[in-house]
Design a protein. Structure first.
Length: 244
């Protein structure tokens, strides 16, 4: 019961604020108006269409980041020569905010699906690479030496020792990458595409429709919670011995 007090308090404060006279109350939609707009968007199919467009970009960008980031992280964690060659570039790019890349990516790739997917990829790959490196470097040297003594070659050591041992850290990186990918795709849709939840909110802003904008904020939060839960269930499925 106590867990519902904060949401109820927020809704109550929201209702009071939206009922006030003046500019603030004029443009802030009431909870009832937002609920009505949510039902309208859901019934028309517009909301579902935008959600699916955003999720498809996250899926493509994240899968690409996994396919590139996990092997890269394994290579950097297992072989010093690979780490020395790539780490300086990775450390240079990591602090740059994704928003700083948006103008350049749009200039190079134009408006459409590709720039949004590129931005999602750029946002998701860093935590995947870093966590994979940490997972590989956390493997006990004794296990690697034991595999060598049994005649395992480099590929067998990677496949049978490094990857299974580093799996918890790799999955944690993918989970972080998924969360980052979700907010990156919203940022990308604000400028780079003509569909998705971010685009829906930009259009609502141009029309001064705060009810639609608040529906977008609500749905972004709910879908984000769903994606996090999906990541947790996936980790539990792949590692049943370790509850997340």
């Amino acid at each position: 019961m106590s867990g519902a007090l904060v949401p109820l308090g927020i809704v109550g404060a929201w209702a009071v604020a939206s009922a006030q006279k003046g500019v603030f109350g004029l443009f802030l939609a009431t909870p009832g108006e937002v609920a009505t707009e949510f039902v309208r968007l859901l019934w028309s199919g517009e909301l579902v269409s935008h959600v699916l467009a955003s999720l498809s970009r996250v899926a493509v960008g994240l899968v690409t980041a996994i396919l590139v980031g996990v092997p890269l992280g394994i290579g950097m964690g297992a072989w010093r020569s690979v780490d020395v060659a790539i780490a300086p570039l990775l450390n240079f790019l990591r602090p740059i905010p994704i928003a700083a890349w948006v103008p350049l990516v749009v200039l190079v790739f134009g408006i459409g699906e590709l720039p949004a997917r590129v931005l999602v990829f750029m946002g998701a790959i860093h935590p995947i690479v870093v966590n994979t490196i940490l997972g590989v470097r956390g493997v006990r040297l004794l296990h690697v030496r034991a595999a060598r003594m049994l005649g395992a070659n480099n590929w067998q050591v990677v496949r049978r020792v490094l990857i299974p041992s580093a799996l918890p850290s790799v999955l944690a990186g993918i989970r972080l990458g998924l969360g980052i990918a979700w907010w990156v795709v919203i940022v990308a849709e604000l400028l780079a595409v003509r569909s998705g939840l971010g685009y829906m909110m930009v259009q609502a802003m141009a029309l001064l429709r705060s009810d639609t904008m608040m529906v977008g904020i609500f749905v972004i939060g709910v879908v984000g919670l769903g994606l996090n839960r999906f990541a947790i269930l996936t980790e539990e499925l792949l590692m049943p011995w370790r509850k997340v």
